[in-house]
Design a protein around this ligand. Structure first.
Ligand code: UDP
Ligand code: MG
Length: 311
């Protein structure tokens, strides 16, 4: 059985289109399907659409959150509920081409050592250039300063074997950055490249700022380098100030003290003040993560669940 996990946030228009396309694929594959739609606190008629779909098709199940918990939480909830030996994660806007599932499945069948087939966008057509620029920059920085390898353009869309899913479920941290977690759990993953597809209906819920803060989350969650920057900078300034002291002492001994040190004093104060604030800021980011993690809050809360279970 294949479990298809689909997070939905304000997707009343996209769900029927997605289901239609997926049914075509389902006919072409011999496995039984299980759809798991997660309504992530949508404000539109998403839940009604899901209720209808579930009443028409045995294979459709849904979970509805008590509020918007974010895509990462929805993915986690879906993985937790999924009972298939193979599990796939897909966006509902058809930006993850369903027909690729057939090839992904075939790849897993041929190679028993492979645990996961992921997908990678090779183009970013139809995306604002500024977004593409920062996305590429993010992958470069992320791969430089963290231990996990996040493939540029890799999507969440992937087909995984059961043991990989169980691995991901064990990573039950509150601050979830799925792209990092997928990489962190390891396992053999191959990526299928494809051309970017634009969403069929509705609008993206990711603004530029939301994406920027998502990237910062990703880096903070998977790298200690920003935290170390504080110590590096501190050490460097310490060395520099030692040098400065020697220079000043010698200068005073040789040329006397004409008391014209005001500009340099202000410069040093500003420089050190800025440095301190910046490093305290970095420290604060990590402390806030620890704060949230120690609260041990649930990742999501369910308000409504589809009644039946397929098995
Ligand atoms: N999504 C979600 N919760 C959110 C935001 C998005 O479950 O808070 C879902 C959304 O319904 C879609 C997927 O995550 O199925 C990807 O979102 P979107 O297409 O808006 O992102 P983009 O493709 O523009 O990166
Ligand atoms: Mg999309």
């Amino acid at each position: 059985m294949i479990s298809v996990i689909v997070p939905c946030f304000n997707e009343e228009e996209a769900i029927p289109l997605f289901y239609q396309e997926m049914e075509k694929i389902r006919e072409q594959m011999e496995e039984t399907f299980e759809y798991l739609f997660i309504n992530d606190g949508s404000k539109d008629r998403t839940l009604e659409v899901l209720r209808n779909l579930a009443s028409q098709d045995e294979a459709v199940q849904y979970l509805s959150f008590s509020r918007n918990f974010g895509k990462e939480a929805a993915l986690y909830a879906g993985l937790k509920e999924a009972s298939g030996d193979l599990v796939t994660v897909m966006d509902v806007d058809l930006q993850d081409p369903p027909e690729m599932l057939i090839e992904m499945k075939a790849m897993l069948e041929i190679n028993a050592d492979l645990d996961c087939v992921g997908t990678r966008r090779v183009t970013r057509d139809g995306e604002p250039p500024i977004r593409s620029f920062f996305a590429t920059l993010f992958y470069k920085v992320m791969n430089k300063i963290s231990q996990v390898e996040v493939v540029d353009g890799a999507r969440d869309f992937r087909l995984m074997r059961r043991h990989m899913v169980d691995g991901i479920l064990e990573v039950s941290e509150y601050n979830r950055f799925s792209k990092g977690i997928f990489a962190w759990v390891g396992f053999e993953t191959e990526y299928l490249p494809y051309e970017n597809v634009e969403r069929v209906a509705g609008e993206t819920s990711w603004s530029f700022w939301k994406l920027l803060s998502y990237s910062i989350e990703g880096i903070i969650n998977f790298s200690e380098v920003p935290l170390n920057i504080a110590s590096y900078l501190g050490f460097l300034t310490f060395l520099l100030s030692l040098l400065m002291m020697v220079v000043i002492v010698i200068k005073t001994l040789v040329f006397g003290d004409p008391t014209i040190g005001w500009p340099s004093t202000i410069c040093i104060i500003l420089f050190l003040g800025g440095l301190q604030l910046m490093t305290i800021g970095i420290l604060g980011k990590y402390v806030s993560k620890v704060f949230l993690e120690t609260k041990k809050r649930p990742i999501y809360l369910v308000k409504e669940k589809s009644k039946k279970k397929v098995d």
